[in-house]
Write a protein that binds this ligand. Structure first.
Ligand SMILES: [Zn+2]
Length: 413
């Protein structure tokens, strides 16, 4: 942290408007290389990620030789909400990151912005400055915790680079949650084409959640190539701890249902549910506005809500078979999707874009899983149309092509 390079980097960030308490830590090795940017506390009631990053930077700070190349930045999320220990003050900072929403916010006068809009602006400028001053490949990790007990897990937007990088961590991976959420930070970064992972390390305020996030960040430093294999003597222990915490579950899952909330204060989850729990059909899950909510389909319960703020009561997930994962990578390689517009009921949403508009009246034969295989994520536009967005078009595969994890083709992805 003492080199001149760090000073120049800090200076650049200060000029970009990054306040000192926005940075949990910043460390740049003498040798240029990849850049890892981690966020903690995007939700203010989830301080575990911040604490984990503080621990990692404290360990790095005493020894300049550990970080062998590249740049590592830790960014605090919602500062006012972190101070108060609440998820957000006025609106959820992790639901503001849509392209149109950001344009809107940046167009406002500073004084007209809400607290969370100010936070977004500063975080965005900080990211932009790091993208300008640092070297690719870039890796982004957003650290979170959940209100219910859970195995540690990764969430990603389904791009092949995300799958491959995630595959190295000994924890389960959830695909496709972004289809159900509007404007999470990581979806925005994903649209810029970079590897971006969410890591949910455990239940809020549990010591375990801090430890799992700490281990995860160390592994990410190693997998991204900033820290040599030999430079972290606890590397093996970290993998073992995470594998044990996730009970050996290293499968890929997809989200297929979201219980949306209009008003979280009117939602009460029934007691004792955890993430990844199998609940038989007919199980009473919750009460929403006094109405009972039952388990209606086969699947695993995911992120049941046990707090007063939030937009989702729970999700349902199911395992993705290995053949489907492999088949979809193969399909994407051949860009089969370009042939889709030849089919009836399928057209580009705008010329030269990355979105397809599907008329469901005509293209009845299409199913959501089919498009998922091709790398598309869908959002329903209206009753008869789906908008599909290609996750692969934006991906900066060339930035990552020479990394060991990109070239490795293994069983899981
Ligand atoms: Zn969160």
């Amino acid at each position: 942290m003492t080199s001149e390079k760090n000073t120049a980097l800090l200076e650049g960030l200060r000029e970009a408007g990054t306040r000192p308490d926005r940075l949990i830590g910043l460390s740049r090795a003498r040798q240029a290389g990849p850049t890892l940017i981690c966020f903690g506390g995007i939700h203010g009631n989830e301080p575990a990620g911040v604490e984990a990053l503080e621990r990692v930077f404290a360990a790095l700070g005493s020894d300049e030789t550990v970080l062998s190349r590249g740049c590592f930045a830790g960014i605090r999320g919602n500062l006012p909400a972190l101070k108060q220990g609440v998820r957000y003050i006025g609106e959820d900072l992790n639901r503001l990151w849509t392209i149109d929403g950001i344009k809107d916010i940046l167009g406002k006068k500073e004084t007209a912005k809400s607290l969370e809009e100010q936070e977004l602006t500063e975080i965005l400028r900080t990211i932009a400055q790091l993208l300008r001053s640092e070297r690719p490949p870039f890796y982004f990790i957003d650290l979170h915790t959940t209100s219910s007990p859970t195995l540690p897990f990764i969430t990603i937007n389904d791009a092949v680079i995300n799958r491959k990088f995630s595959n190295q961590f000994p924890v389960p991976v959830i695909l496709g949650i972004e289809e159900y959420l509007e404007g999470p930070l990581l979806s925005y970064i994903n649209e810029l084409g970079y590897v971006s992972l969410g890591f949910e390390s455990g239940q809020h305020l549990e010591e375990n959640a801090v430890e799992h996030a700490t281990d995860f960040v160390w592994l990410a430093l190693r997998f991204a190539g900033l820290v040599e294999n030999t430079a972290d003597p606890d590397a093996l222990q970290r993998e073992i701890r995470l594998r044990e915490a996730s009970l050996g579950d290293q499968f890929f899952y997809e989200v297929f249902h979201r219980h949306a909330l209009k008003d979280a204060s009117q939602f009460r989850m029934a007691g004792g549910f955890r993430s990844f729990q199998r609940a038989p059909r007919g199980t009473l899950l919750a009460h929403d506005h006094g109405e009972p909510v039952y388990m209606r389909r086969n699947g695993l319960l995911f992120m049941p809500l046990y707090q007063k703020q939030g937009e989702e009561g729970f999700f349902l997930i199911r395992r993705i078979p290995k053949w489907a994962l492999r088949f979809s990578v193969w399909l994407r390689r051949f860009r089969m999707q370009d042939a889709l517009v030849l089919l009836p009921g399928v057209q580009w949403a705008q010329p030269g874009g990355d979105r397809l508009l599907i008329n469901l009246r005509v293209a009845r034969f299409f199913s959501k899983p089919f498009f998922h295989l091709l790398g598309y994520r869908s959002k329903r536009k209206d009753r008869t149309h789906l908008v599909l967005r290609n996750r692969e078009r934006a991906a900066r595969n060339d930035d990552y092509r020479e990394t060991p994890w990109f070239r490795r083709s293994d069983a899981k992805s």
